[in-house]
Design a protein around this ligand. Structure first.
Ligand code: FES
Length: 222
């Protein structure tokens, strides 16, 4: 395919969001859209409930269990007991920012929970007024792992959407629901980071690891 052909084919791929259109003309522009040729969803209706397939936690439990069995084999042979490592579901809350650190329609990146796993990179978004009204809160936070193939997404202040640079998936900042690109075909929320705002301080309180990455790409079935 020549560059001209690609450009022509992408010109048709436009989605509408709050009366504005976003084209898929390039990957470097601010209005990310689908670059991979997948169908672009234009549906912004009610999102289905979350129904994960094999969850990340269960995946890790299985892998942890396999490791534990291997490690404990000598003890099992001797009639001993072993423990399967558990993936935690509660974390120590962490102050991630001051309310004044992130301007309206801006974002910042933070790590939570603190591990060596790079998929635990999250973004704190200070919603623009209309979105804040819609969401019922000024600040939201999501894990940055794209539900498609796990690239890291970012908040795009120009379009007021969350975008993935790999294949152009787009997500609503109000709740993390995918509205464009291949993620919209999968239909799962970006993992939400629970926040607590206390005066000027914003804390990350919890993150459901079940929602992240591996094994969490099964479309919900109704
Ligand atoms: S759109 Fe493919 S990894 Fe994000």
């Amino acid at each position: 395919m020549t560059p001209n052909t690609r450009s022509m084919s992408l010109q048709d791929k436009t989605i509408w969001y709050r009366g504005r259109s976003f084209s898929s003309a390039c990957l470097s522009c601010n209005d990310f859209a689908n670059f991979s040729g997948s169908h672009l969803s234009t549906e912004f209706g009610a999102a289905p409930s979350k129904k994960p397939g094999m969850s990340r936690r269960n995946f890790l439990k299985v892998m942890g269990g396999v490791s534990a069995v291997l490690a404990a084999a000598p003890f099992i042979a001797g009639g001993g007991q072993y423990l399967i490592p558990q993936v935690p579901s509660k974390f120590k809350e962490v102050q991630i920012a001051k309310t004044t650190d992130v301007p309206v329609n801006g974002s910042t990146v933070f790590w939570f929970p603190f591990t060596t796993d790079p998929t635990y990179t999250n973004m704190l978004i200070h919603l623009p007024p209309k979105s804040a009204q819609e969401a019922g809160k000024e600040f939201v936070a999501y894990n940055r792992t794209c539900i498609h193939l796990q690239c890291l997404v970012s908040f795009l202040s120009n379009s007021e959407l969350i975008g993935c640079p790999c294949h152009g998936s787009l997500y609503r900042p109000t709740d993390g629901w995918p509205v464009g690109g291949p993620a919209a075909q999968i239909g799962r929320y970006l993992p939400n980071v629970e926040l607590r705002v206390d005066g000027d301080n914003i804390y990350a309180v919890n993150l459901n690891l079940d929602d992240i990455g591996y094994g969490s790409t099964t479309p919900p079935s109704e």
